[in-house]
Design a protein around this ligand. Structure first.
Ligand SMILES: Cc1ncc(COP(=O)(O)O)c(C=O)c1O
Length: 366
């Protein structure tokens, strides 16, 4: 007799994790939108120092990290939620807000974890197609909000398509969403966005909108993906309390807390890395366009490339496999909700060149 699992287990989609973490050094890891820069020595030191106290549980109120974020963003510490990665905060939001009969609205394709929230809770997911430039269609999203809507997710810049919508447009959407609906602005990549300006610009949207949550991560711009630290700047204490209520205590380990606090102290270096990434992104986009391919206008640390559609062209699966054979790992659009495209992380100059050369060879456009 097979084990009987909860019904939701058959509904929850399996997250499309990237492969290749076991392949060793000579691989261009361009599949997971990580930073190609390693953590700063001071950050590694802070994590190591924290390990000396590993016999104790970590600070359950995360006070040092909350304080550091509160000072940086001028948001009261009681309105800052943390998580083991921003994924953890997202899942907590699903648990705190959703249930059968409720609705969740998001653009699609967007971040692969969003469908999980509805599947796990039994709520109804409403996926709103992106526009022809692969951007959020905020008008269409606003039109899908009903009395049953509990949560709207705006992925800005959007993963996987790399595009961003302006804050004025997001502000207009917020005016149309009723105040009982929580709106999460998932800004995992905002630091790389020229359209959004600096990482402080969207904080203005918290003012006067207690239903808004700005979700950020240390996994991308701070290069701490392996330590799993995410945070949410909430428009109200009530949201933060609800997010914390559904979670286990001690969800953020001591080394991760210490590393994140230290990482926030090195903004000059963070800005230098952002500038390098943006410069490399531009060069990468240009090289891909020279292969006569369409690339979305990226505001993130990755690009979104449409593959040729003619019958003679290799399929998406063949392109991804061909790249992997040449030591370049990227993500197939099919696994992210849109077949016929590639999501490619901006790597080092050498990694990006390796990708372009390999792609050109596979498509016969070198
Ligand atoms: C849009 C978006 N949001 C959230 C996350 C989650 O990041 P993490 O859990 O590493 O903080 C990701 C990760 O790729 C993402 O792309």
């Amino acid at each position: 007799m097979p084990i009987e699992f909860a019904q939701r287990i058959s509904r929850i989609p399996v997250y499309p994790v990237a492969s290749g973490y076991d392949l060793g050094a000579d691989v261009a890891m361009l599949a997971s939108n990580e930073s190609c820069f390693g953590p700063l020595p001071e950050v590694v030191q802070a994590a190591q120092d924290a390990l000396a106290g590993a016999n104790r549980y970590p600070d359950p109120s995360y006070s040092a990290l909350r304080l550091a974020l509160s000072e940086r963003y001028d948001v009261p510490a009681q309105r800052i939620a943390l998580g083991s990665g921003s994924c953890d905060v997202l899942l907590a939001a699903g648990e705190a807000l959703l249930e059968p009969g409720a609705e969740l609205v998001y653009a699609w394709p967007a971040f692969s974890v969003y469908p999980h929230l509805a599947a796990a809770s039994g709520a109804r997911a409403v996926g709103v197609p992106l526009d022809s430039d692969e951007r959020h269609d905020l008008e269409a999203i606003a039109a899908e909000v009903t009395v049953a809507t509990r949560l709207v997710l705006i992925c800005n810049p959007n993963n996987p398509t790399s595009t961003a919508v302006g804050l004025d447009e997001v502000g207009s959407l917020l005016e149309r969403v009723p105040p009982h609906v929580c709106v999460i602005l998932d800004e995992a990549y905002c630091e790389f966005s020229l359209r959004l300006g600096d990482p402080f610009a969207s904080l203005e949207l918290l003012r006067g909108h207690p239903n808004v949550v700005i979700l950020r991560t240390f996994s991308k711009v701070y290069g701490l993906a392996a330590l799993r630290v995410g945070y949410a700047l909430c428009g109200s204490v009530a949201v933060r309390e609800a997010l914390d209520q559904v979670r286990q205590p001690f969800y953020l380990n001591a080394a991760a807390q210490a590393a994140a606090v230290e990482a926030l102290r090195h903004q000059d270096e963070v800005e230098r890395r952002v500038a390098k990434t943006i410069a490399e992104r531009g060069a990468l986009e240009d090289s891909v366009r020279e292969l006569d391919l369409w690339v979305a206008e990226s505001d993130a640390n990755f690009i979104w490339v449409r593959l040729p559609e003619d019958d003679a062209a290799p399929s998406e699966a063949e392109v991804v496999a061909g790249l992997a054979e040449r030591g370049v790992l990227v993500r197939a659009g099919e696994s992210l909700g849109r077949e016929g495209a590639l999501r490619v992380t901006v790597g080092t100059a050498a990694e990006n060149e390796r990708f372009v050369e390999a792609l050109g060879g596979i498509l016969g456009r070198a």
